[in-house]
Write a protein that binds this ligand. Structure first.
Ligand SMILES: [Zn+2]
Length: 278
């Protein structure tokens, strides 16, 4: 929806999507997106946003006085996966102009002590660890990394299919946690993402949750093939929540994206999900 590297007028984005026009974290009501603007205030208060050596982007939360709290924008970032909201990162360019850096996912956060607030008092800051949106990385991670759970323990590849479904769902819905080492944070995002994908396929049990038809074929390991579709997001992939993700046949998946009635169809999928998850 946004083009990486392109410079936007911030005002135009708010006209199109709504959201707070001031501050670094903007949370439009009517669209499933959160706009993060970096470079606006982070440096002012003694903490600088930016890419870390470990490949995570450190993003300082909001709150000008006193300890930062998990309210409003900070809560929105932490919970974006379970709320089905996309994170989009922009860099402040000059007054009113912001450059798009790409879609992100929140992998975790640190509570950093002794960061001066607006009045110079030392307080606790929330510093998020963001990674590039995993849609493009899941296959790469599949080969390089093995996923880890919330304690940094490796998860066996077959776990998603063999563990009790409730455990897989619980993993899918876990929020990013404090203080996880960056090297594990990325792999934990992948774990949650994978857990969502498998949990909804197991819920569907071989039948498209949209049209009710049997999955069209089996995978090499004998499973009935269905695809996870994210009903609340503008794109697919990434960590999310089984209550927003539906397992569908390839035809229904294409319909949800490309048909002339894709909007209406997508709304009908949300209703199906509301029943399945009630
Ligand atoms: Zn179908």
């Amino acid at each position: 929806m946004f083009e990486v590297g392109k410079v936007y007028r911030r005002r135009d984005l708010h006209e199109a999507y709504g959201g707070q026009q001031q501050g670094g974290i903007s949370t439009p009501n009517r669209h499933p997106i959160i706009l993060l603007i970096t470079g606006e205030t982070g440096g002012l208060y003694g903490y600088k946003d930016g890419w870390d050596e470990d490949g995570t982007f450190r993003y300082t939360g909001e709150g000008q006085l006193g300890d930062m709290q998990f309210v409003r924008g900070n809560a929105a970032i932490r919970d974006h996966g379970s709320n089905g909201k996309e994170l989009h990162l922009f860099q402040q360019e000059s007054r009113g102009l912001i450059q798009y850096r790409g879609q992100m996912a929140c992998a975790g956060y640190d509570l950093v002590p002794d960061v001066p607030d607006r009045e110079g008092s030392l307080r606790m800051a929330i510093v998020f660890r963001l990674i590039s949106h995993p849609r493009d990385e899941v296959s790469a991670l599949d080969e390089i990394d093995s996923p880890v759970d919330d304690h940094g323990q490796e998860v066996a590849p077959g776990w998603y299919w063999s563990a009790p479904l409730e455990e897989v769902r619980a993993a899918a819905m876990t929020a990013p946690t404090v203080g996880m080492a960056p090297v594990f944070a990325r792999r934990n995002v992948y774990h949650r993402s994978k857990a969502v994908s498998v949990a909804v396929q197991r819920r569907a049990d071989g039948r498209c949750e949209a049209c009710g038809e049997s999955a069209p074929f089996r995978t090499p390991d004998g499973r009935l093939y269905l695809e996870p579709h994210h009903t609340k997001r503008l794109s697919d992939g990434g960590p999310d929540n089984p209550k927003w993700v539906i397992a569908v046949c390839p035809i229904c998946h294409r319909r949800a994206h490309y048909a002339s009635d894709s909007m209406v169809f997508n709304e009908s999928l949300k209703k199906i999900l509301a029943k399945l998850e009630s």
